[in-house]
Design a protein around this ligand. Structure first.
Ligand code: AMP
Ligand code: GLY
Length: 426
């Protein structure tokens, strides 16, 4: 099969690494990709949201399957674009329809979907400029902490947890009246704060059947001990020790199955990944959010633990016969540690040469690249999150130690990584 993968992060490097191992993959292209994906296919200078450009490329190169990594092309409707085009409609697209992607693209849509299907989640109300005053009274009558969420995509920054009423009111005003997140915060979801431990559960669905993938926990804060600013993710661990069979059964019964059934009942075409952002409150799972794609850096631990041929799985998804495939999981622990540029998640410089990647040749570790590019055959930094080093081990600690040892060999100016990824499972 001739496959086009869209995206350019560590998630896409992990997907490219896995897709290229498939007996069904004859040629892989990645648009736009990074210096790491270039080892597994051909990088194409094409933006994933340039649908006309993607169309021309698919026609010229006889692409048979498109795998969509990030949310933006999905929320902007790439699946429907393909299915409504006479030439493209037979190409398998791994990712949901525009309506399905609203589970991530609109927090208000996701919350109302959860309530329609009886899925446990935090109580909420939605507000905009028309019922602004009602929102102000709601905030006054609900004690902090309280969670404010911009309805639309806001590059991972649209959720603000407010610790006091003054902060909540100011943030509410900024979001709705001052368009803090542009159109994304014209509508705001105000939500009850849930206290517990978070875990990400990944599901692959063909719209009728589903498959549970390995769960993961990511580390969002920049600093050791989960301190400091939020980032895209500084590391991840899979499996997650507190996710035992009893908890997983509750997740399946209360969240996964009502979601799949709800999508079918509402005739929402969904052939792709569902990322459930869960929180465990007193042994009960609550759904905080849906994403319509895999997580990053969670993918860098989830995909390496999957032993199956990924393209075979994707073919089963597009042909709605996922029930015929059995998932095989590596039982070892996987830990990924992300190396970032100095200054991230604030401002940072790019273009520093990365040394040492070619010295790493381990059987049980992989250096995934995120914000990198090739510059005259040298690998240079090209983003905030630069590398994600994934290692396997018999314990979380041994896996994390291995990733850190590898990062001691690699170097670029201003490189920083968290030394405590997976600490609560040591
Ligand atoms: P989201 O963008 O929806 O993933 O939210 C970002 C983060 O905010 C989540 O990973 C949680 O840590 C936190 N969060 C979101 N909603 C809630 C909630 N209702 N209660 C507590 N924390 C939340
Ligand atoms: N690591 C969180 C995300 O991909 O949204």
């Amino acid at each position: 099969m001739r496959i086009l993968l869209l995206g350019s992060g560590g998630r896409e490097h992990a997907l490219a690494w896995k897709i290229s191992q498939s007996k069904d993959c004859s040629q892989l292209y990645i648009a736009p990709g990074n210096a790491g994906t270039a080892d597994f296919g051909i990088n194409i200078k094409l933006n994933a949201t340039d649908f006309e450009g993607v169309k021309s490329f698919c026609i010229e190169e006889g692409i048979e399957m498109v795998v969509v990594g990030p949310e933006e092309p999905l929320v902007k409707g790439i699946y429907d674009f393909f299915k409504q085009d006479v030439i493209l409609k037979n190409i398998a697209v791994i990712g949901p329809s525009t309506e399905g992607a609203r589970l991530e693209g609109s927090k208000a849509f996701a919350k109302s979907f959860m309530f329609r299907h009886g899925i446990p989640t935090a109580a909420y109300k939605e507000f905009n400029s028309e019922n602004y005053e009602e929102g102000v009274s709601y905030l006054q009558s609900h004690p902090p902490p309280i969670v404010l969420k911009a309805d639309g995509l806001a590059a991972g920054k649209g959720v603000v947890i407010c610790q006091n009423p003054v902060e909540a009111m100011a943030e509410f005003e900024l979001m709705i009246q001052q368009s803090k997140f542009g159109d994304a915060s014209k509508k705001v979801v105000v939500e009850e704060f849930l206290s517990g431990i978070e875990v990400s559960v990944f599901v692959l669905t063909d719209g009728k059947n589903y498959m549970l993938l390995p769960e993961a926990k990511d580390y969002k804060r920049i600093g050791v001990g989960d301190k400091g600013l939020n980032t895209g993710g500084m590391g991840a661990v899979s499996p997650v020790a507190f996710v035992d069979d009893t908890f997983m059964e509750k997740v399946i019964k209360k969240i996964v199955e009502p979601t799949i059934k709800g999508l079918a009942e509402e005739q929402i075409d969904f052939k792709g990944f569902i990322f459930l952002g869960l929180i465990k409150v007193d042994d009960e799972p609550y759904l905080i959010e849906y994403n319509c794609r895999l997580g990053d850096p969670e993918t860098e631990v989830v995909i390496p633990r999957m032993k199956n041929d990924l393209v075979e799985l994707f073919k089963a998804v597009s042909q709605q016969r996922l029930n015929e495939v059995k998932l095989e999981i590596d039982q070892r622990k996987a830990v990924t540690v992300v190396a970032v540029s100095k200054g991230y998640p604030g401002e940072y410089e790019k273009g520093f040469e990365i040394d040492g990647i070619d010295m790493i040749q381990e059987d049980d570790a992989i250096v995934f690249q995120a914000g990198t590019k090739l510059d005259d055959s040298k690998i240079v930094t090209n983003g905030g999150r630069v590398l994600a080093v994934t290692s396997f081990g018999d314990s979380v600690k041994s896996a994390a130690d291995k990733s850190k040892a590898i990062l001691e060999i690699i170097n670029f100016e201003g490189m920083y990584f968290r030394s405590d990824i997976g600490y609560e499972f040591y």
